[in-house]
Design a protein around this ligand. Structure first.
Ligand code: NAP
Length: 465
């Protein structure tokens, strides 16, 4: 039993999830001057980095360079990586409690929200999350089928994920070949018939969730004309009043950009990308063989809700767009973890500033959350640094108050032996680096940043070679 609260105590920390939030939490802990932390990071996949590897768009290579920071964190002698070890299956909460003072969940948001409209289950109706995972080479999604013989695609939602999906459809084969998109997705997208893409927002242009740099990219695509409806990009009266009363540089710039792009002449590029506003899907219409023919939408107007936010409501006007594929991109959602309290309404672990709360709303000592599974799917990669900082501050305060889990066994070798017993295929950070190096070398031969391995068995084979 180890319950001393002294500067000499080495605190064992388990971090479940190896995405940005997990790595930033490790970084904050290592930077703490008062205490020494021994950190074990777990991931159910053999590869680390979560959405940086499997979510960030393959043509956004610069964003992915953040993995160099994570590599540095992983070099700390008090850091171990256990890849291909699944929480709840290979290792359970009770095992972790036996070995660690602090357990941090950083599992992200792995599923998506549904629209609850008729036709959502038709063959060509997909989630953006699965498409993103597919093109990024997520081992669990590589077998997914998307019928890219269709010419027109509707993407519901106008957040940055919708922008990523729209852009991937609009890039030329040559552009895709410069990225680390998975090889099977590259082959399919190169042969795709998709020529027209609609992004559909339920509110107006001022409320669009995409950010200005991402919008700029859409206005400057080599292979696709951006087409906007002049009436739809004009903010309504409520929004205009709001913008007059509240200084909002980003939104004003967004509106300016949309106006600029709307005046660009169509240049007969290969593809057309439409961004539509003030439209909500009400039905996805299919044919006898279960495939999609069209999407039916209702025109919305905006109103100010009692909490001051500007919300959409349906008018009597309906429109129908002929489309063959629909992707809903209306936000990710966290998945509950075995034995960890979950807030079903919000799709996050029940927590306060990262302290995990039991049924009685009291902190369960030693248990913490960070990242999307703590706050929901918002913000950019860097947001997780601040978020993990908040969680780590709670940890440090709680250690000072002697509030942490009191493990029975503190020798790091003990948990490793247990994992070996349960699943001896797990891989460590050095082994992951072999995979990393091999992917980069394979990519270099093709003039690409990397060629990912997408099959678990193959990843394990390269890691252990
Ligand atoms: P998001 O930014 O929350 O956008 C979700 C979109 O779905 C919004 O347009 C939202 O409209 C719409 N929506 C929600 N429910 C809907 C419904 N029932 N019907 C129609 N539309 C609906 O989510 P996201 O795009 O998944 O992105 C998640 C986070 O990752 C964001 O913080 C994003 O910025 C970040 N991200 C960043 C990058 C980047 O930096 N390049 C790339 C990808 C993702 P309302 O606004 O009306 O609710």
């Amino acid at each position: 039993m180890n319950d001393a609260n002294t500067a000499n105590t080495k605190y064992n920390v388990a971090i479940i999830g190896s995405g940005p939030a997990g790595f930033y939490a490790a970084d904050h802990l290592f930077k703490n001057k008062e205490h020494t932390f021994h950190i074990d990071m777990y991931d159910r996949l053999p590869t680390p980095f979560g959405l940086v590897r499997l979510g960030v768009a393959p043509d956004h290579q610069k964003i992915k360079t953040v993995t160099r920071v994570f590599d540095k964190i992983a070099q700390n002698p008090n850091f171990r990586f256990f890849g291909y070890v699944e929480f709840g299956k290979d290792i359970k909460l009770e095992d972790l409690k036996k070995h660690y003072h602090i357990i941090i969940f950083a599992t992200g948001a792995q599923t998506d929200r549904t629209m609850n409209i008729p036709g959502e289950d038709l063959k060509g109706s997909h989630t953006a999350t699965e498409f993103v995972a597919w093109y990024n080479g997520h081992p669990d999604y590589k077998e997914r089928e998307f019928d890219l013989s269709k010419e027109t695609v509707a993407i519901i939602g106008v957040g940055n994920v919708a922008v990523d999906v729209a852009r991937i459809f609009c890039l030329s084969e040559q552009e895709l070949r410069k990225t680390d998109i998975s090889d099977y997705a590259l082959e399919k997208l190169a042969k795709s018939n998709v020529k027209e893409v609609y992004m559909i927002g339920r509110r107006g242009p001022a409320q669009a969730a995409f950010t200005n740099p991402e919008l700029k990219e859409l206005g400057n695509l080599e292979n696709a004309d951006l087409i906007l409806d002049n009436e739809e990009i004009e903010p309504d009266l409520i929004t205009k009043n709001f913008l007059e009363e509240n200084e909002d540089k980003q939104t004003n710039r967004k509106l300016e950009l949309l106006k600029e792009f709307s005046s660009n002449k169509e240049t007969n590029k290969n593809k057309k990308l439409h961004i539509r506003f003030l439209l909500s899907p009400i039905e996805i219409a299919g044919s006898d063989d279960n495939s999609i023919n069209s999407i039916k939408l209702t025109r919305n107007e905006l109103y100010k809700s009692p909490d001051g936010s500007i919300r959409p409501r349906s008018t009597n006007e309906k429109i129908e767009l002929d489309v063959g594929l629909v992707f809903r991109s209306i936000g990710y959602r966290g998945v509950p973890l075995p034995d960890v309290p979950f807030n079903e309404d919000w799709g996050v672990i029940s927590n306060e500033k990262g302290r995990i709360l039991g049924k009685d709303k009291i902190h369960i000592e030693g248990l913490y959350a960070t990242g999307w599974i703590k706050r929901g799917p918002t913000g950019v990669i860097g947001t997780n640094k601040t978020d993990s900082g908040e969680t780590v501050k709670c940890i440090i305060d709680d250690i000072a108050a002697n509030k942490f889990n009191k493990p029975q066994v503190v020798e790091p070798q003990s948990i490793e032996s247990l994992i070996k017993e349960r699943n001896d295929k797990f891989i460590n950070y050095k082994q992951w680096q072999k995979v990393d190096q091999s992917e980069i070398e394979r990519g270099q031969q093709l003039g690409r940043p990397r060629l990912k391995y997408t099959d678990i068995e193959e990843i394990l084979r390269v890691a252990k070679s």
